[in-house]
Design a protein around this ligand. Structure first.
Ligand code: ADP
Length: 390
């Protein structure tokens, strides 16, 4: 393999470690055939070229542990300062390799900066390079590890959330057996079993919806969707709950608004916002859904006059299973997944969702989606509005 080929391969993150390790082994053989060096030998030819294009961190140490060459990433990630390898753990590995010539691999948890709590997780591969140098190849695994942690947390949350209704159904069925001579008690327990079974069904459906949203690209089958129709369908699905709570539903829709996407998913997103607005509002209040558009985007804003959300929770309400008031969410049959689903649907459509809220004054959730039609560049100014104009 010539140096150029090795350099190109090394630029590809996945191949980098293998390619450079082979290169290192070849240099070692060549150096050994050439006999023992008299002074500190020069860095084998080509190594600097490989390091220059390496995406991950590559570092070469000389016989006194001084850094003689690095890839740019090694400096950017704070592994090298001047001619010094910053982390004692890496220096220790390099010394072991220099002592016995055996290639070593290790996963290390390193301090991101000399002072401070932040950690960085790396996979290091250390190999002899020629007779005097040691090569360290270091991959940053921090992001991959974070994804793993999020996945583990999600699985733990799902198990916990599923256990609650399943446990409830199991206890209630025992209560039904014990009350076999009391028809009134049986009817009461059966009613509560139904509530728990409904919660379980909703939870399972939403978990499946969410994981599908994260794996399937809804834009693959995207069609032109009339947002007025989406809002109409979402309002229909919310009507009963609104009537039960004596909440007035109001829609103000720009009739020309349309986007490319999946109509069912968009109805789900708007319905989730409307359903929350109704759930977290008091009786005799109003929920408004407003569709508007500007140059590039269509906005669907759902506003309520409900309890509002404290500022410290606003940034977290789109997280899976996050609830501001867990007891209230459970008592209303909430799963804690509704807003996470809205967020994924918006992002899958190339848009986003934002929230404004003030405790005691209500909330507005606004979905912004790329518009299917661009408005003409020059927009007629709206007629001036005066105080008292409806
Ligand atoms: P849930 O099923 O619990 O409603 P969501 O993901 O839909 O889950 O919402 C997360 C949390 O955000 C809710 O538990 C609630 O505390 C808060 N929330 C959502 N929408 C509103 C709203 N319109 N008004 C007040 N709080 C809200």
């Amino acid at each position: 393999m010539d140096v150029t080929t090795a350099a190109t391969l090394s630029g590809l993150a996945g191949v980098a470690i293998g390619a450079t390790a082979i290169l290192a082994a070849r240099f070692t053989e060549r150096e050994q055939r050439a006999g023992p060096p008299t002074a500190e030998p020069a860095l084998p030819a080509g190594v600097a070229d490989v390091l220059a294009v390496l995406r991950s961190s590559g570092i070469v140490l000389d016989s006194s542990d001084a850094v003689v060459n690095t890839s740019p990433a090694a400096v950017v990630h704070g592994l090298v300062r001047g001619h010094e390898l910053v982390h004692a753990e890496l220096r220790h590995l390099a010394r072991q390799v220099r002592r016995d010539g055996v290639i070593r691999e290790a996963e290390l948890d390193l301090a991101r900066a000399p002072a401070g709590q932040a950690r960085t997780y790396v996979r290091a591969r250390v190999a002899p390079l020629g007779s005097a140098h040691v090569l360290l190849l270091i991959e940053d695994m921090t992001a991959a590890r974070r994804v793993d942690e999020v996945r583990r947390d999600f699985i733990a949350n799902v198990s916990h959330e599923l256990k609650t209704p399943v446990g409830g159904i199991s206890l209630l069925s025992e209560a039904v057996l014990d009350a076999k001579d009391d028809p009134e008690a049986i009817a009461r327990f059966a009613g509560r079993m139904r509530v728990e079974a409904d919660r379980l069904a909703r939870l399972v459906t939403e978990i499946i919806d969410l994981s599908r949203l994260q794996t399937v690209d809804p834009m693959a089958d995207s069609a032109l969707v009339d947002i007025g129709r989406v809002v109409g369908e979402a309002l229909d699905r919310t009507k009963l709950a609104a009537e039960d709570n004596r909440i007035e539903l109001v829609a103000v829709v720009d009739p020309g608004a349309s986007v490319y996407g999946d109509e069912d998913l968009l109805v789900t997103a708007v319905h989730n916002l409307l359903s929350n607005a109704v759930t977290y509002s008091d009786v005799n209040t109003r929920v408004t859904v407003r569709v508007s558009r500007d140059q590039d985007m269509v906005q669907v804003a759902v506003t309520d006059q409900g309890s509002g959300i404290p500022a410290e929770d606003l940034g977290r309400v789109f997280e899976r299973f996050y609830r501001v008031d867990a007891a209230r969410s459970r008592s209303t049959g909430g799963t804690g997944l509704g807003l996470a689903i809205v967020k994924h649907i918006c992002e899958n459509h190339g848009g986003h969702v934002a929230v404004w809220s003030q405790p005691g004054h209500g909330s507005t959730f606004t979905m912004s989606l790329p518009s299917a039609q661009r408005l003409p560049d020059i927009i007629e100014p709206e007629p001036a509005r005066h105080e008292g104009t409806p």
